[in-house]
Design a protein around this ligand. Structure first.
Ligand code: TNX
Length: 538
């Protein structure tokens, strides 16, 4: 008899482990316990805002709209005697600004949080247990108890809409995907050499001229001829200010903050195309069609006072549209050699006592920081802004590996980790064949999943400056919405777990199992995703 117990246990333990497997939730919650039974959402169910908190109305409306899409049931938002989904704001120790608790029993679903952000995340967890699209299946939420909060405050996805323009509907779908996996920051790359994408009322040519380029989408990015005078620029698009406001509000309802990137002083051939006097040479040109980042006519002239006036005017309009604390000012990949030959730049350097063109760029960025500080906004820049001296309050986005981020954190600056290896989602993900043409590099799902945003060389105090991590989606090679989905799915889900879940809970096997229902959801929604070999690693 005694001998039999271990045998019995040998059968039971895997069964228990299965029962413990979370209901396909990504990112893995901090604590989750499963119970018997489920709560069935039907036409009798009501959504109840305990404490009658008005600020929860958008979250309740979001939940009601999803349930209506999935079942046709229009859940009322009121107090009810019967089956209730209650949303409650109350002080709960240890949850922080984005955490939540979730209790699902057959009689009731209760989501509690300190903030409306937490309530939205509790709702997202519930939604992950439901079918992805409308079917005739009952909406059953398995009984469970969850306590959950994020590891990092910055859980970002970047989207380049300059190299290829994506419509507001596509941007919203991208936000929906982010929000479903509890990512909270959209870094919107609105300006680059190939297109200026945001309407600025004071400078209409930015979008009349700067948003359109010669169409060579039939040729690979690196094989595109540059525009010649007389070419007809017909390919592009831009967001009106009304559309921007709508997207920002749509994101806010899902706890996604949109951080605009207004590139400067390089990567702005599109702005120079609209207003040639902003470059040192002042020559007219068209937005770039393809590569060639090291083009002098891609830069603003830091010796020219008109450039600062122009940018301050642009930023005045930008901060009106984006409530985010941060504005990203770019700062990457500037070929500064032309500034050595520019008389105005030389004069500026002499007047300001600047030793070299690196210090001239730093002077430029510091002026922009000062201006934005007067608007109560802080700047973020790519790690090149370290060169020539970092602006006093700047946050650094580390993309050329982590060394820029480490250096900045050691100086006491905040940092966002976004190293090309492994979180550039413009690179290949599944090998070795059959993927659409991409920029070089190979960032598999497993590499993303194994990423640790806190570098070992930081002390605990320095590590506090790492706000989080972000994946970047540069769109040189990404020409369609379906291709965009493919590049981010499923890698975005691995990133979500990296930035949300406790590091000790990361488990590749469990993640793969929890991916399966997500893949079913992608299939049901018609989303394109990589089904490639996720374990290949080179
Ligand atoms: C470098 S990452 C860039 C982008 C390109 C990207 C392609 C960064 C700050 N600058 O302009 O699109 O490489 O991977």
């Amino acid at each position: 008899m005694i001998k039999r117990i271990p045998l019995l246990l040998a059968f039971l333990i895997p069964l228990l482990a299965l029962a413990q497997e979370p209901a396909g939730i990504i990112p893995q919650p901090v604590r989750i316990a499963h119970h018997d039974g489920s709560f069935v959402i039907d036409r009798e169910t009501v959504i109840y805002l305990e404490n009658e908190k008005k600020e929860l109305k958008p979250a309740a409306a979001f939940l009601a709209a999803r349930i209506s899409e999935l079942s046709g049931h229009e859940l009322p938002i009121r107090k009810g005697k019967g089956k209730t989904i209650s949303l409650t704001l109350e002080r709960i120790e240890g949850l922080g600004p984005e955490g939540y608790t979730l209790e699902v029993t057959p009689a009731r679903i209760s989501i509690k949080a300190n903030t409306k952000a937490g309530i939205v995340y509790g709702i997202q967890t519930v939604l992950q247990t439901l079918p992805a699209v409308r079917t005739n299946a009952a909406l059953q939420v398995p009984a469970m108890t969850v306590t959950d909060y994020p590891r990092f405050a910055w859980r970002g996805m970047h989207l380049d809409v300059s190299r290829h323009f994506f419509s507001p509907a596509v941007v919203k779908q991208y936000i929906d995907l982010m929000a479903a996996y509890k990512l909270n920051t959209l870094h919107w790359h609105l300006v680059d050499d190939q297109g200026w994408r945001i309407e600025i009322k004071k400078y209409p040519k930015l979008t009349e001229v700067g948003a359109w380029r010669v169409d060579h989408t039939d040729k690979p990015w690196d094989a595109r001829p540059q525009a010649r005078p007389g070419d007809e620029p017909t390919y592009g698009g831009y967001y009106t200010q009304e559309q921007v406001k709508e997207i920002v509000a749509y994101a806010a309802q899902r706890n996604v903050t949109v951080v605009p990137e207004i590139e400067m002083p390089g990567h702005v051939a599109s702005a120079i195309a609209a207003y040639p006097h902003l470059s040192c040479e002042g020559k007219s040109q068209l937005p770039l069609t393809g590569g060639d980042y090291t083009n002098m006519a891609s830069n603003y002239c830091p010796g020219n006072e008109a450039v600062y006036t122009f940018l301050e005017d642009v930023l005045d309009e930008v901060v009106q549209l984006f409530p985010s604390q941060y504005v990203h000012i770019g700062g990457d990949e500037v070929d500064k050699s032309g500034w050595k030959k520019c008389p105005k730049c030389q004069q500026r350097m002499a007047a300001e006592g600047l030793a070299d063109v690196e210090e001239l760029q730093s002077y430029f960025i510091k002026r922009m920081e000062n201006y934005l500080l007067t608007k109560k906004r802080r700047i973020i820049g790519w790690d090149e802004i370290l060169e020539g001296g970092l602006a006093p309050q700047a946050t650094v986005m580390s993309w050329r590996g982590e060394s820029g981020g480490v250096e900045a954190a050691k100086m006491g600056h905040d940092v966002i980790m976004t190293p090309g290896n492994p979180v550039y989602f413009d690179q290949y993900q599944a090998g070795p064949e059959g993927e659409p043409l991409a920029i070089g590099g190979f960032n598999t799902l497993k590499k993303v999943y194994d990423y640790e945003p806190i570098p070992k060389e930081l002390t605990a105090a320095e590590a506090k400056h790492v706000l989080g991590a972000q994946a970047n989606v540069w769109a040189e090679y990404i020409t369609t919405p379906s291709h965009l989905q493919y590049m981010v799915l499923p890698r975005m889900l691995a990133l979500a777990e990296v930035v949300w879940s406790p590091p000790g809970s990361r488990d590749w096997g469990s993640f793969n199992r929890r991916l399966q229902p997500q893949f079913r959801a992608f299939d049901q929604k018609g989303l394109n995703y990589s089904k490639g070999n996720f374990t290949v690693d080179i």
